[in-house]
Structure formats: C-alpha cells, structure tokens
Design a protein around this ligand. Structure first.
Ligand code: HEM
Length: 329
C-alpha cells in the first residue's frame, strides 16, 4: 500500500514545498495576539532615538521583498558557506536599522517563542514606520516563513541602481507585476529618509558619461547639492531625499515637479512622459498618493518565492547552524 502511495505523497510534498504560504490579516491573533502592538512600540522607541530609523526600517521591506520574495533573507548575516544580501551593491554601507528588527524579534521571542517570522516583522515595522511618520495606516497580511539562505548575487542582479532611468524601472517593476502607478507611488517612500553623496555624484558631475550635470536638476538646488557633495568629497555624507525628510507626505512629488529630486531614479519619473502623469497627480493629491502607496506596499508584501522556510529564533541566523554555520571570531 505504501509503495502505491509513495509517488503520490512525494508529489504532494513537492507541491506544498513550492506553494506560497497563504497570507492574511490577523494571522497571529490566536497564537501571539500582542505581536502587532509589540512591534509598533519598538518602532516608536527607535524613532524617538533617531527619527531616520523610520525610513531605514521601511526601506527593508523593498530590499527584502524584491529578492526572492518577502522572506527575511535580507536579515541573514554572512557565514563561511554563504555570502548574503547585506554585502550586495545596493545594501552595503547603506541599509541600516537592522537592530530595530532584532529588538522587535527579542520582544516577540519572550512573548511567544518561535511563532512570529522575521519576514513578518519587517512587514509590520515598515507599515508602522510610515504610519508613525504621518503617512497612511493599513492592515498588513501576515503568515510568512523565513528563508533558510540568502544570496548576494541575487540581490545584485535585481536591486536597481540610483542611476536607473524610468524605462528601466518600469520594466523591472513590471517583472513583479507592479504597474507604472505602483512604481511612482512606491518611489514616494523617498518622502522620508536620506541618501549618500555616493548615490548622487554621477548626476552632479558626469550624467550618462557626459562630463556634465543632469540638466533636469533645478540650478539653485544643484548649487546646494554640489556644496553638500563636492567632487572628490566624502561619499558617505548624506542629504535629504525630499524637503520634509521625517514627514511622510507628498512633498517628494512637489519637489520632483520643481526639479528638486535627489536621485536620478527619482527625477526621471518626472522627466519621462511615461510616468509624469502620476508624479503630477500625486503632487496635487496627497490622499490619492496614500491610497496608491498602500496598494503598492500590499502588492510588494505579497511577493513570495515558494521556497521552504522556517520561523527563525534569531533574525540574523537560521535555526540549524549546520545549514549556514555562523562565523565565530
Ligand atoms: C524605484 C527604485 C528605487 C531606487 C533606484 C532606490 C534607490 C535608493 C537609494 C540609492 C537610496 C539611498 C541609498 C544610499 O545612498 O545609501 C534609497 C533610500 C531609500 N529608499 Fe529607495 N529606491 C527605490 C525604491 C524604493 C522603494 C520601493 C522603497 C520602499 C517601499 C524605498 C525606500 C527607501 C527609503 C525609505 C530610503 C531612505 C533610507 C534611509 O534614510 O536610511 N526605495 N533608495
């Protein structure tokens, strides 16, 4: 009987391994009812410590979800067997506030051990960071598992450069079923936070290899930027991504209309006719921006790889260290 059933059981196991977890709001209402408020408290405290933590935490959702789905792979530290996403081009010396996720995980492990995934903590924390910065609040879908591995190469192959132009970004986002409207609304996340001169200098001194600045930068703003980021200056100096960098609002779009976008990937959304209508709309309609942003974040949060997963006890390490042994110095 078992021999007859074996192929069927194997097939079933393969399908369930490849089936994404079904996500839903209130996933932890029975198993860890205090989870969402515990995460919110941690994010609130982190923002009091340093307001920029809101932006840095929210950014983690984008960088986690684009690379093999929202699976907490971004949070894994490197091991002798695995070079993870933290070292990738877009993340190294740039992603920050991992300790906020660690703090939330520690609180949740005390409340309900091995119940709430790190991947879900990222999603909750991103939502809370936006809401606590004056942006919209939305119900997040939960029930993700944490990945067993991470890949620097996958991140390098997927995450866009700040030099990207609108048509590149439109195509990239389309691969994730995200429309032009989603692209523009999600880029509105740059309503909060900062970027390094490293991400900007090409625009100021050698746009597209021309040896000239990007003509789309408004001259007064360009003067300000060249002062902040002189040629051969410190590339780690940071500038604000919009004129109200701790407040989640539609100022980012107003800035783009005036030629005051910080990154090339921001300003290109206004320069390009393919996305300009959405920039103009959101610059005049903050509620419309908020609705589109929530829609985009939910779609981003739905991305799943279908790979096997677990609930990690520590967001930086997989549970079975023999899979990816941790480096000990
Ligand atoms: C459309 C393509 C995008 C590109 C090319 C891009 C690129 C960048 C770059 C280069 C930085 C500054 C990094 C640095 O200089 O260290 C940055 C910061 C940031 N990004 Fe994006 N980004 C994009 C979309 C998104 C999306 C979809 C989100 C969130 C949903 C997001 C959230 C953020 C936030 C909040 C910051 C500020 C982080 C902080 O202050 O620590 N970005 N992004």
């Amino acid at each position: 009987m078992l021999t007859l059933l074996l192929p069927f059981l194997l097939l079933l196991a393969a399908i369930s391994a490849a089936t994404p977890w079904s996500l839903r709001p209130g996933f932890y209402s029975e198993t860890c009812p205090g989870a969402e408020s515990a995460v919110r408290e941690v994010v609130k405290k982190a923002m009091i410590r340093e307001p920029r933590n809101a932006a840095s935490v929210m950014r983690l959702q984008f960088h986690d979800c684009f690379v093999n789905g929202c699976d907490g792979s971004l949070l894994l530290d490197d091991t002798p067997n695995m070079v993870g996403e933290k070292l990738s081009l877009s993340n190294i010396n740039s992603l920050r506030s991992f300790e906020v996720i660690d703090e939330a995980k520690e609180a949740l492990e005390k409340m309900c051990p091995q119940t709430v995934s790190c991947a879900d903590i990222v999603i909750m924390a991103a939502r809370d960071a936006v809401a606590l910065s004056g942006g919209p609040y939305w119900k997040v879908k939960l029930g993700r598992k944490d990945s067993l591995t991470a890949s620097q190469e996958d991140s390098d192959n997927i995450m866009p450069s700040p030099r990207a132009n609108a048509s590149f970004l439109i195509n990239l986002f389309q691969r994730f079923n995200l429309s032009k409207k989603d692209l523009v609304a999600l880029s509105g996340s740059h309503s909060i936070g900062k970027a390094r001169c490293f991400s900007l200098v090409h625009r100021l001194y050698n746009q597209s290899g021309s040896g000239q600045p990007d003509p789309a930068i408004e001259p007064g703003f360009r003067q300000k930027l060249t002062k902040l980021c002189p040629r051969d200056g410190d590339q780690n100096v940071t500038g604000d991504l919009d004129a109200t960098p701790t407040w989640f609002d539609n100022q980012y779009f107003k800035d783009l209309v005036l030629g005051r976008g910080f990154l090339n990937s921001d300003q290109t959304l206004h320069t390009s006719a393919a996305t300009r209508e959405w920039v103009l709309k959101f610059s005049e309609d903050e509620d419309g921006f908020f609705d589109a942003f929530v829609e985009g974040m939910l779609k981003l949060g739905d991305l799943q790889s279908g790979r096997p997963g677990e609930i990690r006890r520590n967001c930086r390490v997989v549970n079975d260290p023999s899979v990816n042994p941790v480096v000990c110095f």
